[in-house]
Design a binder for this molecule. Structure first.
Ligand code: GDP
Ligand code: IMO
Ligand code: MG
Length: 442
């Protein structure tokens, strides 16, 4: 049997998942997205050429890969088709026969975007007036992701497969447009959407979408029986998970490894190995707790050297030191087999490197588990272990033995703190800037 693996982010997203999925692709057959939508931004750099994927699985630059979008992923038809066109323009081979989507995937439509943006805008203005300390500005990507998942759980959502019966689809779409327009105009005092525009738009892409639908559980079951290898691609990160993240400052799906089963339709026994991709420091986009956040010259170092601008929205990422307390929780709830540490090169030249090993509460007590309420998350301060930095360059290094001694010790120290192996170390944005100590796909 093939070995099926999950790749997830262990922090607040943007750990470098896309790069790792792309580089491991030669030894797998299917790459499967299971949650999120085009809020994700996964960057691949091959021969200096950068490609950012949002909805499409990160292995599609390889000609043999089948890219699957599972039922847990919310699909904006326009954004999906634009992304496919972008890759076709790059000359990527035979895409139309290599992309499969679940007919149960929720459709993300214009009213979801309008609602996401109206809500964040209203919260901004309410917050500005200081009239309600209880409001929550999330700092979403503004792409409509949350409202689509709300529709799904409320059982009023439209799915790709609903396009098969256009009469029924039109009736349900009209109901949803009326519902959203009522909210948009009466509650949010915001611009409404137009049913005619939405239906015309969706009809113009209906065939393209229906041509890509497949019975995904069946396809993957047959693939597994034929000894094909499947890699499940996480979007966002563990602490953006709707249940296990820093709620409410999270995304609206289960980004943890457990999300694979419900988001695709495979059972837990199909999974053989789970890799957690971890940046050697931490970043976060949008609002929410961040115990190790920095506001000093080290933040500027991470921002400038790590080029920490969001791949989806271009927002500046907040930065901080690596957080082992959070990482241990992540290993626990995801059953991680191993870690892949990324962006080691960004630490080059730092005099000292801090690792958060515990949190201190306001009463002075130290804890070594992440809390559950946002209030507690917000009232923690990090306790650091300080390691020496290194002067040499690690950029593009491909062998562990060629790393500076202090860099080797840094990696070994993390390994001993978390109790699982570090199987890979990324040393630059390029596909081949990688140290592979154990290739999970072989
Ligand atoms: P993802 O969302 O987890 O796929 O990560 P993003 O693509 O949003 O952000 C990761 C950024 O770091 C991208 O710009 C990558 O090109 C870059 N990157 C990935 N690995 C490395 C690395 O080891 N070193 C450096 N310097 N950049 C990296
Ligand atoms: P990748 O897959 C980093 C963040 C947003 C916001 C919160 C909720 O590239 O790692 P949403 O639009 O999902 O409702 O926003 O989640 N967020 C991400 N941050 N990387 C991502 O994806 C993200 N996707 C969503 O910034 O704080
Ligand atoms: Mg990203």
């Amino acid at each position: 049997m093939g070995k099926n693996i999950i790749i997830i982010g262990t922090q607040w997203g943007d750990e470098g998942k896309g790069k790792i999925i792309d580089l491991l692709s030669p030894n797998v057959n299917y790459i499967v997205r299971y949650q999120g939508g085009h809020n994700a931004g996964h960057t691949l750099v091959v021969n200096n050429k950068k490609t950012v994927l949002h909805l499409l699985p990160s292995g599609l630059l390889h000609n043999h890969i089948f890219g699957v979008i599972g039922n847990g992923v919310v699909i904006s038809p326009r954004d999906l088709l634009n992304e496919i066109r972008m890759l076709q323009k790059q000359g990527i081979y035979n895409l139309q026969n290599r992309i499969m989507i679940s007919e149960s995937s929720p459709l993300l439509l214009e009213y979801h975007v309008a609602m996401d943006q109206a809500r964040e805008k209203r919260l901004h203005s309410v917050d500005d007036n200081n009239s309600n300390g209880n409001t929550t500005i999330i700092g979403t990507t503004g792409r409509g992701i949350g409202p689509v998942y709300e529709d799904k759980v409320a059982r009023r959502g439209l799915r790709i497969g609903d396009l098969k019966n256009i009469q029924l689809f039109s009736v349900n779409l009209r109901k949803n447009v009326n519902y959203y327009n009522f909210l948009l105009s009466n509650y949010y005092h915001s611009k409404v959407v137009n049913y005619d525009v939405i239906i015309k738009d969706i009809l113009s892409v209906r065939d393209d979408l229906l041509n890509m639908i497949q019975d995904i559980p069946n396809t993957l079951d047959i693939a597994m029986k034929n000894d094909k290898k499947i890699m499940f691609e996480g979007a966002q990160g563990t602490f953006l998970d709707i249940d296990h993240g820093t709620y409410p400052y999270v995304t609206s799906s289960n980004s943890i490894s457990g999300g694979v089963c419900s988001g695709v339709g495979v059972g837990p026994l199909a999974i053989d190995y789970i890799l957690g991709v971890t940046k050697c420091y931490t970043t976060r986009v949008g609002f929410g707790p961040f115990p190790t956040e920095l506001f000093d010259e080290i933040d500027l170092h991470f921002f400038n050297i790590g080029k920490e601008l969001g791949s989806s929205t271009g927002r500046r990422r907040r930065t901080g030191w690596l957080d082992i307390v959070a990482l241990r929780r992540c290993i626990q709830i995801n059953s991680l087999s191993a870690l892949c540490m990324t962006k080691l090169d960004v630490l080059d030249g730092l005099k000292e490197i801090k690792i958060c090993i515990a949190y201190k509460l306001s009463n002075g007590t130290q804890i070594t588990c992440t809390p559950f309420s946002v209030d507690e998350w917000n009232n923690l301060s990090p306790v650091y272990k300080i390691l020496p930095g290194w002067l040499g360059s690690t950029v593009g290094v491909r062998s562990f033995n060629l790393l500076p001694l202090e860099a080797k010790n840094y990696i070994l120290e993390i390994e001993s703190m978390v109790g699982i192996p570090i199987d890979m170390i990324s040393t630059g944005p390029e596909r081949n800037d990688i140290i592979i100590l154990n290739n999970p796909c072989l």
